[in-house]
Design a protein around this ligand. Structure first.
Ligand code: FAD
Length: 298
């Protein structure tokens, strides 16, 4: 560990040992990480990955931890947060954004350049890397529609790769990145269209208002727990099964939106896992619909 830290010191990357992951997660859940790293440039990000790999350190790459549940016992090895690596480069018909750029910031930049297509990113609490990995979406928009290209660092061979178009294999909250844990998204090219700035701003304001009206934003969560099952809405199925407000420990099916599980203050990852299982079993036995988790238990 000492040798590793000396090498990290040389590249001037910010790090923290014994870092409480709950403090970095939108769910406010998780034990400590042996080592947490916060590179703020592409060079540092790649160097950190190279150094960690050379030391055979297990690596977990995280954006802003708004779709994950960290384990109560914490994580061995290194947790690399990309969320300080934020860059946006405007192009004629879109932009190139770094993995750690925040989704809302990207939407704001698109609006300021009178570019339409990224409005759905407004109010999403994560990073672009996380959005590509998850094919994040809302209000009819999703990454599949705008992400024409992405770049990644391959931890296995230290090379940079580029994916274009359908190779991303975007599907319902899925992308090819979920099949390649050795690939770390560095950035993405978003193709947008020119539009009317006032109209874009109005759409974004409307999306935010709808989030505020329907989602439990006042409590810690990781967003919608389940993917949308074909032909149904997860929240409606859960509500119809009478599960709104159900609690396990400090985890609760949100009273405001049954598709969310919220942390009432002292929820553990185990509470969330048990509640998720109870919800899945009840919905399955009463409706025959199998709910698939969108949030990722690490
Ligand atoms: C209140 C709230 C509302 C939400 N609303 C929505 C919504 O409307 N639509 C929606 O789709 N999601 C929603 N989410 C979930 C979440 O914000 C999105 O999925 C977001 O895109 C995740 O980004 P992140 O940076 O937080 O990813 P993280 O949670 O940090 O990571 C998610 C996954 O991506 C991987 N990952 C992250 N960055 C990289 C990278 N650079 N390279 C490789 N892998 C990476 C991680 O390992 C992890 O498996 C919501 C969450 C909250 C808390």
């Amino acid at each position: 560990m000492e040798q590793l830290l000396t090498e990290l010191q040389r590249i001037h990357v910010e790090w923290e040992t014994d870092c409480p992951l709950s403090a970095h997660s939108s769910f406010r859940i998780g034990g400590p990480a042996a080592l947490a790293l916060f590179p703020d440039t592409r060079e540092k990000l790649m160097n950190v990955l190279r150094i960690l790999r050379a030391h055979q350190m297990p690596i977990t790459v995280i954006g802003r931890a708004s779709n994950v549940v960290f384990p109560d016992a914490g994580l061995r090895g290194a947790v690399l947060f990309t969320s300080k690596y934020r860059q946006i480069g405007m192009e004629d018909d879109g932009m190139y954004v770094s993995a750690g750029a925040l989704s809302s910031t990207v939407a704001n930049a698109a609006r300021d350049a009178s570019l339409t297509g990224a409005e759905f990113l407004y109010g999403l609490p994560g990073t672009v890397g996380g959005a590509v990995y998850m094919n994040a979406g809302a209000f009819g928009g999703c990454m599949e529609q705008i992400c024409t290209e992405s770049e990644y660092y391959d931890c296995d061979n230290g090379e940079i790769g580029t994916l274009r178009g359908t190779v991303h294999a975007f599907a319902n909250r899925e992308s090819v990145y979920q099949k390649h844990p050795e690939w770390v998204v560095l950035g993405a090219r978003l193709q947008l269209k020119s539009g009317n700035r006032d109209q874009i701003a109005a759409t974004m304001a409307n999306f935010l208002e709808r989030r505020r009206a329907t989602q439990p934003l006042e409590l810690p969560s990781a967003g919608s727990v389940f993917k949308r099952p074909a032909g149904h809405f997860a929240g409606k199925l859960i509500e119809d099964c009478g599960l709104k407000g159900m609690m396990v420990g400090g985890a609760q099916v949100s009273q405001k939106h049954a598709g969310f599980i919220v942390n009432r203050g002292d929820a553990t990852a185990e509470d969330v896992r048990r509640l998720v299982e109870m919800v899945r079993e009840t919905v399955w036995s009463r409706t025959g619909v199998s709910l698939e988790c969108e949030i990722r238990f690490l």
